[in-house]
Design a protein around this ligand. Sequence first.
Ligand code: NAD
Length: 291
Amino acid sequence: MNLLDGKIVSQAVKDRLKTHTEERLLQGKKAPHLAAILIGNNGASETYVASKVKSCAEVGFTSTLIRLEESISEPELLFKLNELNEDFDVDGILVQLPLPKHISEQKVIETIHPSKDVDGFHPESVGRMVQGLPAFYPATPYGILLMLEHYNIETKGKHAVVIGRSNIVGRPISIMLNKNEYPGNCTVTVCHSHTHNLKEICLQADIIIAALGRPEFLKGDMVKEGAVIVDVGITRVPDASKKSGFAIKGDVDFNDVAPKSSYITPVPGGVGPMTIAALMMNTFKACAAKD
Ligand code: NAD
């Protein structure tokens, strides 16, 4: 078993971006600028946004953190987004999800200008990705591709089983693994909550992407010897032994699955850091596209 170490790979990606950013500055060009909107006081969202802002500083990007009250109205939020769309200095905009119930996630996603859509959730970004055009890939699936690439994982002709079909992980990674370039050219099966015989399907997989949000769902007896396992899940599970009161669990029962796998991501320290590295990549591209 080999670890797919997201901390190492994300650091390598960030080191490259830092160098490219320094080169930009030497050429008299601006540093990439990410604007992040955080609404309310959700603990997990606070942590995610703080990591994104910290990563911006590490790679030399400018970042602006905009904190808004939970009670902000939808029109007020959309107005703020339009201001950021028009601000030439801002290259990428992200709104940390989930949103308060009274705000439409779809409206927010569609209000961000596609040229600043560094989360890759806008229908234009998704459409371009599906058609194989240059696009902002959603950060988590993009991070997974960067990780497979870093470890030279063979994907051509492999059977990839994706568990989960969300717009942010399962569906886009299934499309990306299926495209006609490396990493890709997989035969992809997408499973979801209505899939029958999930265990039998997983046992046929050379690569499994687990993105369903059920802690330790994937067990050793569901995995073929030598499979590559990518665990996207992040669930906070109560744990009195931790200072925070919770432990982070992935969708894979790591101790059970790892001995059978050829490569496996840990949780934490696997896909999570790669998501942020991919967001930084998208922000850099958004900035460079304006040169
Ligand atoms: P989601 O709830 O939107 O989608 C879950 C998907 O899993 C659905 O398509 C559902 O059909 C499927 N599913 C649920 N139960 C199933 C079952 N028993 N068998 C087969 N399929 C089943 O979740 P999401 O937003 O895609 O996130 C999935 C997990 O990944 C969550 O734990 C989330 O926190 C995590 N996540 C991590 C990162 C990261 O950076 N590491 C990023 C995004 C999401």
